[in-house]
Design a binder for this molecule. Structure first.
Ligand SMILES: NC(=O)c1ccc[n+]([C@@H]2O[C@H](COP(=O)([O-])OP(=O)(O)OC[C@H]3O[C@@H](n4cnc5c(N)ncnc54)[C@H](O)[C@@H]3O)[C@@H](O)[C@H]2O)c1
Length: 146
């Protein structure tokens, strides 16, 4: 377990500087952490002692209260989920600045097939533009800190 840190960061992360577990494991930014797959993967990574910071925008594609409940469960296992959108380049830059991530697990998505008829732009936003924004943030991250 990673012990909680007394001080906090501008993002509310209590793990700055500790989210890298050195030789014991990896430090992972997990997008879509409040989603179905993201929650399970976060827990699996924690089980093997990796440190995990989640990112999710808690959108209302399905009931956000379910995502909030997952956030609470994850918090009890040492995974803090930041509320934000992967298209927010400034937020991503800040996250990479505060936490020396070794890996990114990208599970954010606009899932579903039929919903594309109703809201096609949401797929462009999360699955295409968001992926590019994440790649750009990874590209700009300071690799010397890893
Ligand atoms: N659920 C399955 O059975 C299954 C099976 C195979 C593959 N997958 C794939 O796994 C991935 C995740 O699926 P899921 O079932 O967990 O979906 P999900 O909708 O439960 O999770 C996706 C999460 O991403 C978040 N999100 C969406 N857009 C975002 C954005 N722009 N910024 C930040 N967060 C955003 C949502 O709030 C949600 O919590 C998808 O690519 C899906 O195709 C899922």
């Amino acid at each position: 377990m990673i012990p909680p840190r007394a001080t906090s960061t501008p993002l509310g992360l209590g793990c700055a500087g500790r989210c890298r577990s050195g030789t014991e494991g990896k430090s992972v930014l997990l997008t879509g952490a409040a989603g179905f797959v993201g929650t399970h993967v976060s827990m699996a990574l924690r089980k093997r002692e990796d440190s995990v910071v989640g990112l999710d925008n808690f959108n209302s594609y399905y009931d956000p209260s379910l995502k909030m409940a997952r956030k609470a469960v994850l918090a009890s296992h040492g995974v803090f989920v930041v509320e934000g959108d992967i298209n927010d380049g400034r937020l991503l830059a800040k996250l990479f600045d505060v936490v020396p991530f070794t890996h990114v697990m990208h599970l954010t998505s606009q899932a579903g097939v039929r919903y594309a008829i109703e809201n096609p732009r949401s797929y462009i936003h999360s699955n295409i533009a968001g992926l590019v924004a994440l790649f750009e943030a990874c590209k700009s991250a300071d690799r010397s800190r890893r």
